[in-house]
Design a protein around this ligand. Structure first.
Ligand SMILES: *Cc1c(COP(=O)(O)O)cnc(C)c1O
Length: 360
């Protein structure tokens, strides 16, 4: 068996130990004679998996009791619409930060339901920095404030949680959840597609404060209301059972590793190694202002873009795959989520140093 270092932005690599456990349990989960994929979602076996997964996530993130955790489908992109449909209530405005390509998608979707006020936009700076808090402009009538703590494509990350007074704060944590600690009580709603730092694609996690549930706009599909999912403990319809189980294996492993604080320390070391390799070598460049650099997604360019194809081909031969930047940004991008080991970063910076020496 040979496993490569996979720098994909998502679906991203999963811990090998998790895949091995899934493999060992594939045909016969805990003596039941069936795979988790073949179980009734309402049977006691799957219920035990579902409950343990939620318990572990609550423990890892320190989620207060007055929050519901929902295990949904549809990806983070479905949440772009569900958030306004459920949280606008009697209001007609919402505040959005525009810090990258995912923010823009969330804004486009919200604009179908309300007037979007842009609190701050990084677009004129090509999404390489975030304006200081004293330049932010909130709408006093906004129902909530939405932001993207980590912009997966642009490699741009907020420094700290924005202070929004008593307004409801909503965060798209798809590419940052579980990578560092957050005070969950500061948020009204958090959502994240699973395929970056949680588990396989197909599962979306929503963490919502209970008082925000139950006032969706009328006449929308039941599936688009948080209330239906919350009331049924995410079993209003058939949930993505296998992805839920795999997320549980990832959470269990993260607990064994020492939880989010230990993982966050490792993530800092990993990011430092890569940014140093970029900054210390004129051959490579990352355009993001240091304070706002992502620790999960690191875009970079080569001094000579004619060498991009060769870089990717040689990297692949060295067992380093999926380093091409997003089609809208170009260049390279290394996504270094929780599952990427430190050895992967070392192998990448060794390759980058060698490549630059040979080609510069
Ligand atoms: C990947 C990603 C999305 C899109 O997720 P889907 O699950 O594909 O809908 C949205 N927001 C952010 C920040 C992402 O990284």
């Amino acid at each position: 068996m040979s496993r490569v270092f996979n720098f994909s932005a998502g679906p991203a690599m999963l811990p090998t130990a998790v895949l091995e456990q899934a493999q060992a349990e594939m045909l016969d989960w805990h003596g039941t004679g069936v795979s988790v994929m073949e179980m009734s979602h309402r049977g006691k076996e799957f219920m035990s998996i579902a409950e343990q997964t939620e318990t572990d996530l609550r423990e890892l993130l320190n989620i207060p009791n007055n929050y519901k955790v929902l295990f949904l489908q549809g990806g983070a992109s479905t949440q772009f619409g569900m958030v306004p449909m459920n949280l606008l209530r009697d209001k007609h405005q919402a505040d959005y930060f525009n810090t990258g390509i995912w923010s823009k998608k969330a804004i486009a979707e919200a604009s179908k339901f309300c007037q979007v006020n842009i609190v701050s936009s990084s677009e004129a700076n090509n999404f390489t920095t975030i304006a200081k808090a004293d330049e932010w402009q909130f709408d006093p009538n906004a129902a909530y404030v939405h932001y993207t703590p980590n912009e997966t494509i642009n490699g741009l990350k907020f420094h700290g949680i924005p202070k929004v007074g008593d307004k409801t704060l909503v965060a798209d944590m798809s590419s940052i959840i579980l990578s560092k600690t957050f005070d969950i009580s500061k948020f009204g709603l958090i959502y994240a597609g699973a395929q970056k730092n949680i588990g396989p694609a197909g599962l979306t996690i929503v963490i919502i404060r209970e008082d925000l549930i139950g006032e969706a706009i009328p006449n929308i599909p039941t599936m688009s209301t948080y209330q239906a999912h919350a009331k049924a403990d995410s079993m209003y319809n058939t949930p993505p059972t296998y992805a839920w189980y795999l997320a549980g294996l990832v959470f269990n492993r993260l607990k064994e590793f020492g939880g989010i604080e230990a993982m966050s320390e490792r993530n800092k070391r990993k990011a430092k190694l890569l940014y140093s390799a970029i900054d210390d070598n004129d051959f490579y460049n990352n355009p993001v202002v240091r304070k706002y650099r992502s620790k999960m997604n690191v875009p970079f360019t080569l001094a000579n873009s004619d060498l991009n194809k060769t870089f990717l081909e040689e990297a692949k031969k060295a067992g380093l795959i999926n380093l091409a930047g997003h089609r809208s940004v170009g260049g390279m991008r290394a996504s270094i989520y929780n599952a990427m080991p430190e050895e992967g970063l070392q192998a990448l910076v060794d390759f980058m140093g060698d490549f630059a020496t040979r080609k510069a």
